[in-house]
Design a protein. Structure first.
Length: 338
């Protein structure tokens, strides 16, 4: 094992093929300044305990800005991004949608004033692949115009019929890092043909049209090597319903990330997306043995493993680290250290 100690599993198992981005499993939204500051403080506190950010914070311009005060909201958010409150470097911003008159001003203000601090920009209401490509280009062009060397990843929101029809083309666009599902707008697009119960924690997993949309988004993201992010559960006081929804999103539908809209939802989502300890133990044993075998096939408890299963168990271990699961110090230093 010592001869390969310096070779990171990502290099050994993926080579030049870039694996999916390592994003925190929870994306917490805040639109009011007081809640933004509380969210950033909570993010920093949890990061101090874990050694890295356990969840992202998305500061919201779309739903958070008062009508007529959009530019002032963008200025305030840029100030927060540049402040000591942004201690983890994992803060993104949801801007207005590409057809909104404030979209380009949002992008320009944020990149000009705080471009190097942006973990990502979330673009809502992507109507088509053409819309998405234009929005990504605006963000890139603005970054270059202001001389910002930091590449700002783009996250997108799928909420309409046409966007769902073109989701594979959207997911494959360069510069895109994650796609989310906009449940309530998607249900509303059906003009009453889908009942309101399909927007609940339970109903969104049982209505066929909603379930189909979730599966298509997840599949498109995995095919493109980006992160599928699951929609909100609005019953934020129902911990049991949120746990069930998060577990279904992760273990049945293949989502690697989920939205939070209340601080009480953050720990529930992180716990639900964490692998169980038996999975983590298997991953540690198999990857350690594989590294000792120079990544050649091995037999583990009577089962053959090779690079295909090694990649699976690497993702299990990666998810354990992302969710703050305890790992042996030598593994954490070697695989996830600076």
């Amino acid at each position: 094992m010592s001869t390969l100690k310096a070779i990171h599993p990502r290099q050994a198992l993926f080579g030049s093929e870039a694996p999916a981005p390592m994003l925190p499993v929870c994306d917490h939204y805040a639109g009011v300044e007081a809640r933004m500051r509380k969210s950033l403080a909570l993010q920093a506190d949890k990061a101090d305990e874990a050694g890295h950010a356990l969840f992202d914070v998305t500061l919201d311009l779309e739903d958070g800005a008062p009508v007529g005060g959009e530019h002032e909201q963008a200025l305030m958010v840029a100030e927060l991004l540049n402040s000591p409150a942004n201690a983890c470097g994992r803060v993104g911003v949801r801007v207005h949608d590409p057809r909104h008159p404030r979209f380009e001003d949002d992008v320009d203000t944020l990149i000009k004033l705080a471009g190097s601090k942006l973990a990502y920009l979330m673009v809502p209401k992507l109507g088509s692949a053409e819309d998405a490509a234009w929005a990504i280009d605006v963000i890139k062009t603005t970054r270059l115009r202001h001389g910002v060397g930091h590449i700002v990843p783009v996250h997108g929101l799928i909420e309409t019929h046409r966007a769902l029809q073109e989701v594979a083309d959207i997911a494959a666009l360069p510069g895109l890092e994650s796609l989310s599902f906009g449940l309530m707008d998607f249900v509303s697009e059906h003009r009453g043909a889908i009942p309101a119960s399909a927007m609940t924690a339970q109903g969104q997993f049982s209505h066929p049209l909603v379930l189909r949309a979730k599966l298509e988004i997840s599949a498109a993201c995995h095919a493109a090597g980006i992160s599928p992010s699951h929609c909100v559960v609005t019953e934020f006081k129902d911990r049991r319903a949120l746990t069930r929804a998060a577990e279904q999103a992760c273990r049945e539908l293949g989502y690697t990330r989920m939205w939070s809209i209340h601080p009480d939802q953050i720990d529930v989502i992180i716990d639900a997306f964490a692998p169980v300890m038996a999975e983590v133990d298997d991953a540690l044993e198999i990857l350690t043995a594989a590294q000792a075998a120079h990544w050649a096939p091995i037999s583990h408890r009577g089962t053959l493993h090779d690079r295909a299963s090694y990649r699976h168990y690497w993702h299990v271990l990666e998810r354990a680290w992302l969710t703050g699961q305890p790992l042996p110090a030598e593994i954490e230093d070697q695989f996830f250290g600076p």
